[in-house]
Ligand binder design. Structure first.
Ligand SMILES: *Cc1c(COP(=O)(O)O)cnc(C)c1O
Length: 460
């Protein structure tokens, strides 16, 4: 064994203790750290030939790279839709690397069984029935892609071919209809050989991002065979929700595959006041929920559910004698794009076990309250206006006077040490979004942001 490696093995308990102290100090300063630090990027250095051991690597990371890292796990990083990491999720993630399992096969089953327990808990959390089976994947993009891949195989079943066996060319043209699809849907269609051009956007309701069911029905009448519909449960700009029950009723009449992108919107199910937004979620043929957003587990984590796991296994089966048979209850190796995979479920398992449904409901409700309070503050700040009502956890607003992308970027930049917001365009208008999905965020953070917004808007 290399002497440095041998020394690190001999000193492992103390080295881990030092790493723990380092992590604890970092987390202790998170709430007050600059949200996105403005420091020059380190110059890349050549591959080190000489060993410095774990303590040397930790020192160098702390000096060169850590200063530039954002406080994205902290309470005022409100860009994109960004979750943090609950204490239990962090411990679960540490232990994931500690036990270093390849959770894919019943030949060494415990990891896979833990994932199945976790998926069962998530199913209950979102109010889904046992008709839905699921697996963990790396993010909502991959979750949407697995759903679309399963949909592709379903279309094949309708047309008497298996695209998984014969290739997409055998399937013929495919149409995907959606009101306000997330960009990841187009990426998934590209990856699956269905093509971005397969996506046809359907009119939304007036002043809304939710699809107009009448427009969808008109589009369906123009199709001469089964297609795929991607419903949106929580759009990124205004957190709008398609009427899932109306879409499922259309599915029963017109026979399409109903995929629901509920990346963060599914968490509305946890709040009594907002659960109606995802009424009908269980009727989906496949659905996508991110876990590294509102569940507050570390990257990379999401879950996908489907009612047709048999079709999913046709797409992702990885038959090899040494991996064991496919069987009626396929191992995870036959259900996801990866073969080898980490015990990704453990962080979710820890946070769900530690805080339960009630703890996670409190996080969701607090985030929604924060968004409401910020929305009300924005309405009262001269020079700002809301672009949409605050439906759940995102505040989408712009400048009343000349809301150019440059002026909005200047506004976001001026907020930067205090909070991080990201730009968007909604209904043709350049805008900013503040998205609340971090378990650490409290009303004090909203107050700070509102004060900063008022100050900065006045100086633009
Ligand atoms: C975030 C998001 C995605 C993509 O998720 P990743 O985790 O970044 O892959 C897809 N759909 C919606 C609605 C999202 O909010």
């Amino acid at each position: 064994m290399h002497p440095r490696l041998a020394a690190d093995l001999a000193g492992l308990p103390e080295l881990l203790e030092a790493t723990r102290r380092h992590a604890a100090a970092l987390l202790d300063g998170l709430a007050e750290a600059p949200v996105v630090p403005d420091v020059p990027a380190p110059q890349p250095v050549p591959l080190p030939a000489e060993a410095v051991g774990l303590s040397g690597a930790l020192r160098e990371f702390a000096a060169r790279w850590q200063p530039g890292l954002s406080a994205s796990a902290g309470p005022r990083y409100l860009g994109f839709v960004t979750g943090g990491v609950t204490p239990a999720a962090l411990a679960g993630d540490w232990l994931t690397a500690t036990v270093d399992q390849n959770a894919m096969s019943s030949l060494d089953a415990t990891g896979q069984l833990l994932e199945r327990e976790t998926v069962g808990w998530l199913r209950e959390l979102f109010g889904l029935s046992e008709c839905h089976q699921g697996t963990l994947v790396s993010g909502a993009t991959m979750s949407n892609t697995v759903g679309l891949a399963t949909a592709r195989e379903w279309l094949g079943e309708r047309r008497g071919v298996s695209p998984a066996e014969a290739g997409v060319a055998a399937l013929g043209a495919v149409r995907v209809l959606s009101g306000s699809p997330h960009s990841s849907v187009a990426k998934g269609l590209s990856l699956l050989g269905l093509g971005r051009a397969a996506l046809r956007t359907v009119a939304t309701l007036p002043g809304r991002e939710a699809v107009d069911p009448a427009a969808l029905e008109a589009a369906l009448r123009e199709e001469d065979g089964p297609c795929i519909v991607v419903a949106n449960a929580g759009t990124v700009n205004t957190v709008d929700f398609d009427d899932l029950r109306a879409l499922a009723a259309l599915r029963d009449r017109y026979g399409f595959w109903l995929h629901v992108d509920a990346a963060f919107g599914a968490f509305a199910a946890l709040s009594a006041d907002h659960a109606h937004l995802v009424d009908g979620l269980d009727l989906a043929d496949s659905l996508c929920v991110d876990l590294h957003k509102w569940l507050n587990v570390p990257y990379d984590s999401a879950v996908q559910f489907t009612r047709r796991q048999d079709l999913q296994a046709r797409v992702f089966q990885n038959a090899a004698a040494y991996l064991g048979p496919l069987g009626a209850d396929p191992d995870l190796v036959h259900l996801t794009p990866e073969n080898s995979r980490r015990l990704r479920a453990l962080a979710a398992w820890f946070t769900l076990r530690a805080y339960g449904r009630d703890g996670h409901r409190e996080i969701v409700e607090r985030c929604v309250t924060c968004a409401r309070v910020l929305g009300a503050a924005v309405e009262n700040i001269p020079g700002l206006r809301l672009l949409a009502p605050v439906r759940l956890n995102v505040v989408c607003f712009t400048l009343t006077d000349s809301p150019t992308p440059a002026r909005l970027a200047a506004l976001a930049d001026a907020l930067a040490p205090e909070a991080f917001l990201t730009p968007t365009v909604y209904a043709g208008q350049p805008a900013l979004r503040a998205a609340f999905s971090n378990w650490r965020t409290t009303d004090g953070d909203v107050e700070r942001l509102a004060r900063a917004l008022e100050r900065v808007t006045g100086t633009l």
